[in-house]
Design a protein around this ligand. Structure first.
Ligand code: GRF
Length: 201
């Protein structure tokens, strides 16, 4: 039986699309739901074009009532019976209560070499720190923001004249390699760490 994967998004869903594309080949998992907190998330259209069930729980009506928002998320997720949840550009903070329910089954991709630069604006912060390398991390989600067990990391060089935008653009293709590779292993129960570097680096 294939592992059932639900993917949570907030925006363009390029990481979601990379995961889904990889699952279209021979793979131990299959996508069963793409769930967005933003009705205009471009990833919803991409998922629907690939005949993947989608749902949207707009977080705005729940403003100030995070537990109610997460109860709605849980209802949609429970209906999909996921074995694995992938956060892929999902931009809402989840409470420890929600995370506990799915702990051990939930992954996230973060655009930095954790534990460096937890939180937001990671590309600017890497430039400000004068890093020679930057990268992304796929980790298990725990109650500690961007702090769960690391499952894989990909690195890229920082180049002279880089801006946050050029750095993000150089990193995204590596995200699209790392996350699917880690999901394949995770779906087979392999939690060994994976490291990717650009070819020829
Ligand atoms: C990516 O940089 C990812 O690392 C971060 O959100 C950005 C957009 O992701 N979490 P996507 O294109 O929506 O997958």
């Amino acid at each position: 039986m294939k592992k059932r994967v639900a993917i949570l998004i907030s925006g363009s869903g390029s990481n979601m699309e990379a995961l889904v594309r990889d699952m279209e080949a021979d793979h131990p998992a299959e996508p069963v739901l793409v769930l967005a907190n933003n009705p205009s998330a471009g990833g919803l259209t991409k998922a629907a074009a690939r005949n993947i069930p989608t749902a949207c729980i707009d977080h705005r009506p729940y403003k100030g009532n995070r537990p109610a928002f997460e109860a709605a998320l849980t209802e949609a997720l429970t209906a999909a019976r996921p074995d694995i949840i992938c956060l892929a550009g999902f931009m809402r903070i989840l409470t420890p209560g929600f995370i506990t329910r799915w702990q051990g089954k939930m992954l996230n991709i973060h655009p930095s070499i954790l534990p460096l630069f937890r939180g937001l604006h990671t590309h600017q912060r890497a430039l400000d720190a004068g890093m020679a390398v930057h990268g992304c991390t796929v980790h298990e989600v725990t109650g500690e923001l961007d702090g769960g067990p690391i499952l894989g990391q990909a690195v890229i060089p920082v180049q002279a004249g880089d801006t946050p935008e050029t750095l993000a653009a150089r990193l995204l293709p590596m995200e699209h390699k790392l996350y699917p590779a880690v999901l394949r292993r995770f779906a087979m129960g392999d939690r060994s760490k994976l490291m990717l570097a650009p070819s020829g680096a």
